[in-house]
Write a protein that binds this ligand. Structure first.
Ligand code: SF4
Length: 180
């Protein structure tokens, strides 16, 4: 069992009795260590996600133990499993119901690319319907890989400028998915 580590402070200036940093770094630190994941689990990769949450791997060590089954109270969408084309619009609706800032992980080969199911009925990657921040490879990925994906999301969250969601680049990305 790994030991629990306290989140490292962001870069800043330290002196006797004070520590100063940028506001957005303080916000990033808080957000990154209190992620509320929404597991959109449809098949076998979902079982690996359950293992990731359980005692051996214990996602709670990363401040992400509060699993949300309501999109309005979640900021990380974890798509774990095969997504059929019929399910694409439902996944998209769940994404749209999440408030900004929100992040997405495609967990496993199916969510990332359709996996072994190169068929008429399976979506060939969830990035056909929603933007994805991190892809976790594997069929299924081991819990260590899922945790690695979460750590990558934490890095993104920590370093994301507060104004990113209002930037032209972000608006262009959203409009490429038909999201205003
Ligand atoms: S990537 Fe493999 S383990 Fe994961 S849902 Fe697809 S078939 Fe199942």
């Amino acid at each position: 069992m790994s030991k629990i580590e306290i989140a490292a402070p962001p870069a800043g200036f330290e002196g006797q009795g004070f520590f100063a940093t940028k506001f957005e770094q303080a916000v990033g630190l808080a957000r990154a260590n209190s992620i509320w994941p929404l597991p959109f689990a449809t098949s076998c990769c979902g079982i690996e996600f359950m293992a990731t949450m359980a005692a051996n791997y214990d996602l709670a060590r990363f401040g992400a133990e509060r699993i949300s089954f309501s999109p309005r109270q979640a900021d990380l969408l974890m798509v774990t499993g095969t997504i059929s084309k019929k399910m694409g619009p439902i996944l998209r609706q769940v994404y749209l119901q999440m408030a900004e800032p929100r992040w997405v992980i495609a967990v496993g080969a199916c969510a990332s690319s359709g996996g072994i199911f190169d068929t008429y009925s399976v979506l060939q990657g969830i990035d056909k319907v929603i933007p994805v921040d991190v892809y976790v490879p594997g069929c299924p990925p081991r819990p260590e890989q899922i945790i690695d994906g979460i750590i990558k999301i934490q890095e993104l969250v920590k370093n994301e400028p507060l104004r990113r969601r209002n930037s032209e680049e972000y608006k262009t990305l959203m409009s490429s998915y038909g999201i205003e």
